[in-house]
Design a protein around this ligand. Sequence first.
Ligand code: IPD
Ligand code: CA
Ligand code: CA
Length: 264
Amino acid sequence: MNWGHIDRYAKSLIKEAGHLIRVSFYKQIDVETKADANDLVTNIDREVERFFISRIKRDFPTHRILGEEGFGDDVQSLEGVIWMLDPIDGTMNFVHQKRNFAISLGIYADGVGMLGYIYDVMGDDFYYAVKGEGAYLNHERLPQLEITPLSDAIIGINASWVAPNRHIDNEKVIEMVKACRGTRSYGSAAIELAHVSTGRLDAYVSMRLSPWDIAGGIVIAQEVGAVATNLKGEAPGLLGQEPFIVARPGLHRELLTNYIQLKQ
Ligand code: IPD
Ligand code: CA
Ligand code: CA
């Protein structure tokens, strides 16, 4: 497999898709809801996913595509090459703020993340990595993450997980919020993974993420030494929704051991 070729191809496709999204602000944006009233999708999410799929199917006909909007393949196993795509991660931000959303893409071979991309479209910040070759923001190589104590850490977490919920013990999460330096929530899992990879956040945790939210970000985060797992400490399954944590080395174990505990 010529990963260098696929890498150059994917970067140029993502930049083209970013342009499509930016010009979409001059068009009509139709907003619909999906699973619930706050789960938004627009005609632009769908157009961008179709754009990716038509190109990938034309140029890499043996590869499969797992896309959020469902225009790709019905992926039930991780065999072969799979493009895991979220055409707009942070659709609520796209609709309400017109910023703070990203294109998220991970390209996996037999379950191993080979290439990862997060493109913050309005910030024009492009995060990318090739497995084993380091991670980059635009043209700058990102340094390896160092160990930070929880008392100096900023944790990316949505307030839903601090309130009582059916997934984790929120009393422990409240203890974590008190023990850390501060918390942030950006509304795009991909952008939060990018922030962990650059050290702007020290950890990010969420209870319900899908493969397309995290596939690209995991490749980038692992290249700088971050640890990305489900809440049992296992590698993310990437075939369905799962709780997810990514953090600096050391902090990952501390958060899982002392603060982020699944309800039985
Ligand atoms: C959502 C965002 C959000 C996360 C949700 C995701 P979408 O993706 O990443 O930050 O909390 O779980 O579903 O729907 O905007 O692509
Ligand atoms: Ca998403
Ligand atoms: Ca999306």
